[in-house]
Design a protein around this ligand. Structure first.
Ligand SMILES: CC(C)(COP(=O)(O)OP(=O)(O)OC[C@H]1O[C@@H](n2cnc3c(N)ncnc32)[C@H](O)[C@@H]1OP(=O)(O)O)[C@@H](O)C(=O)NCCC(=O)NCCS
Length: 244
C-alpha cells in the first residue's frame, strides 16, 4: 500500500464540495471507537449489534456505523448521535430529512472497512478479503456475466485470485451505488477484471441504465484484499483518509 495514498484526516476531510472522501477502517485498531459506540448508536442500532452471533460481526457493524455517524455529524455540524437513517426497500441506508445532498455507502470484510461519502451522486463501495475457495469456474458462472466468465477463465492460475475479486468488488460497488441489491441481475452488466487492465464499467443492460457517466475505480488497500468504488460523475477529486 502506498504511504502517501491514505492520509491522517484534517479539516478538508469534512468538506464535500465536489469531493469523494474514502475512509479506511482497521477493526484491529478500533478499541476506542468501539468503546464510544455505546453513546453514539441508537437503541435500534445497539439491538441490531447485539443480534450478531460472532464478536467480529458485532465489532464491524458497531465500529462502522459509529464512525459513519461521527463523520456525517462533523460534515453537518451535528452530534453523531443525532444522525438518523432511513432505509430504501432494498436496505440501503440514507440520511433522514436532509436538505443538503449527501451520498454515502459502507463496506466491511475481514479486518478492513470502507466508508465512501460525497455530495455529487449516488456512490457504491465494496471491499473483499480474498478467499481462495471462491475462485472456481462454477462460482464465477453463478455471479458473473458471460463476458466476465470468459475473461476470468482465460486468466493464468496466478492471476485468478485478483481477477476474481476485481470482478466481485467492482460489481458489488455498482449494485450498491444503484441501491437495489441483488434485484439487479448480475449478468445485466459487465465490468473489467483482468489484473493490470483499465478499471471500467463496460456495459449495462439493466432497464434504462447505461454505462455512460459512471466512474469506477479500484481502491488500494492491504494486500490480500480488493476494493472498489463507483460514482455516477466524471469530474471530482478523491481523498483517502485513515479513521482509526
Ligand atoms: C446488501 C448487500 C449490499 C450486501 O453486501 P455485502 O458485500 O454482503 O456487504 P458489505 O459489507 O459490502 O455492505 C454492507 C453495507 O451495505 C449497506 N447496504 C445494505 N443494503 C444496501 C443496498 N441495497 N444498497 C447499497 N448498500 C446497502 C449497509 O450500510 C451495509 O452495512 P451495515 O449493515 O453495517 O450498515 C448486497 O449487495 C448483497 O446482498 N450482496 C450479496 C453478495 C453477492 O452475491 N455479491 C455478488 C457480487 S458479484
Amino acid at each position: 500500500m502506498e504511504t502517501t495514498y491514505w492520509r491522517e484526516a484534517n479539516d478538508q476531510a469534512y468538506v464535500l464540495n465536489n469531493n469523494v472522501h474514502i475512509w479506511l477502517i482497521r477493526y484491529d485498531q478500533s478499541e476506542s471507537i468501539l468503546a464510544e459506540s455505546g453513546i453514539i448508536l441508537s437503541k435500534e442500532e445497539k439491538e441490531r449489534a447485539s443480534r450478531f452471533h460472532f464478536e467480529i460481526d458485532h465489532r464491524r457493524y458497531s465500529v462502522t456505523r459509529s464512525l459513519l455517524k461521527k463523520i456525517l455529524g462533523k460534515i453537518l455540524s451535528k452530534p453523531a448521535l443525532k444522525i438518523k437513517f432511513t432505509f430504501n426497500k432494498y436496505g440501503k441506508p440514507e440520511l433522514v430529512q436532509q436538505s443538503e445532498k449527501i451520498f454515502f455507502n459502507v463496506s466491511h470484510s475481514g479486518n478492513l472497512g470502507l466508508i465512501a461519502i460525497s455530495d455529487i451522486a449516488q456512490i457504491g463501495v465494496d471491499v473483499e478479503k480474498y478467499r481462495e475457495e471462491m475462485i472456481t469456474g462454477d462460482i464465477a458462472k453463478r455471479f458473473f456475466s458471460d463476458l466476465e466468465v470468459t475473461e476470468f477463465l482465460s486468466l493464468n492460475e496466478n492471476e485468478k485470485l485478483q481477477g476474481f475479486f476485481n470482478c466481485w468488488t467492482r460489481k458489488e460497488a455498482f449494485i450498491k451505488a444503484v441501491g437495489k441489491g441483488l434485484s439487479i441481475p448480475l449478468n445485466t452488466f459487465d465490468v473489467s477484471l483482468i489484473p493490470g487492465s483499465q478499471t471500467e464499467l463496460r456495459d449495462v443492460r439493466y432497464k434504462n441504465e447505461t454505462a455512460d457517466g459512471w466512474h469506477l475505480s479500484d481502491i488500494k488497500v492491504d494486500s490480500g484484499y480488493a476494493a472498489a468504488f463507483i460514482i455516477k460523475a466524471k469530474t471530482f477529486s478523491v481523498n483517502y483518509w485513515y479513521t482509526c
